[in-house]
Design a protein around this ligand. Structure first.
Ligand code: HPA
Length: 265
């Protein structure tokens, strides 16, 4: 970890404030940063390479309206075979680099007809639907320390200013790598899940451990399995993410400006 952190400190003068994990739909977000330094994951000692299509592996350091921002393009999922430590490595690194606020974005399927593909959803809570620890029903966890109420308020005002609707809901982390079955989705929905996806919860858990305020925001790319009779496809996920990109990017820029102002960065 120290070697990893030093390799970055040696190459940037990042005075790290806001970090963002860029999921589907925000892959090009870092193009908006000025004074960029790009560090490919392959150049960071001990850092793994992501294997999923559509997830390039690099850290992008830069500024947005004068606010130091660090973007992680490409993340590590459990379904790729990584352990918790590896999946959360970017968050550990952000913490070491002195980041004070974290935005974690992802693509997710909606369990609600009222939240169609193209919607954006702030996480007010999550549940762990991976069944890694046994067969007990997943429990909903809301608010602090995983879902910063302060960042949620800043996101609400940023989206309002951008004239982009922001839904709110509970994100269920599923193991993947395949999409869920209709029965699994019914089960999670009955327990209170509004969206399902294969990432983000480990990252929010790691941030909470460090006391790093975080917000998760999902790009709803599809209806979850069985919600409509349309079959699910990775292509639909990629196509919706592409279609949402512009409004998602605009709103997140506004959010970072809000965070910068609020935290006096
Ligand atoms: N399920 C799980 N992960 C996802 C989905 C989904 O429906 N859509 C995008 N990521």
């Amino acid at each position: 970890m120290i070697e990893m952190t030093n390799s970055i400190v040696d190459r940037t003068d990042f005075n790290g404030r806001v970090a963002i994990v860029l999921g589907s739909g925000l892959g090009d977000f870092a193009d908006n940063l000025s004074k960029k330094t790009i560090i490919p994951y392959g150049d960071i000692p001990g850092y793994p390479q992501p294997t999923v299509e559509g997830h390039a592996g690099e850290l992008v350091f830069g500024e947005l309206a004068g606010i130091p921002v660090l973007g992680a393009k490409g993340r590590f999922h459990f379904y790729e075979g990584y352990d918790f430590n590896t999946v959360t490595l970017p968050i550990q690194l952000f913490h070491k680099l002195g980041v004070n606020a974290l935005i974690v974005t992802n693509a997710a399927g909606s369990t609600r007809l009222s939240m169609p593909p193209g919607s954006l959803m702030a996480l007010t809570g999550h549940m762990d639907g991976t069944f890694r620890n046994g067969p007990e029903d997943p429990k909903i966890v809301t608010g602090d320390p995983f879902h910063s109420p302060q960042l949620l308020t800043l996101a609400q005002s940023a989206f309002k200013k951008s004239v982009v609707d922001l839904a709110e809901g509970i994100y269920c982390w599923t193991m993947g790598p395949g999409y869920e079955t209709p029965d699994e989705i019914k089960y999670f929905r009955n327990l209170g899940a509004d969206a399902v996806g294969m990432s983000t919860v480990p990252e929010l858990q790691a941030a909470a451990k460090f006391g790093l305020p975080a917000i998760g925001i999902s790009c709803i790319t599809n209806f979850a399995s069985g919600i409509t009779d349309q079959p699910l496809s990775h292509q639909e996920v990629m196509d919706t993410a592409e279609a949402v990109k512009e409004k998602f990017t605009r709103s997140i820029i506004e959010l970072i400006i809000n965070i910068g102002r609020e935290l006096n960065l």
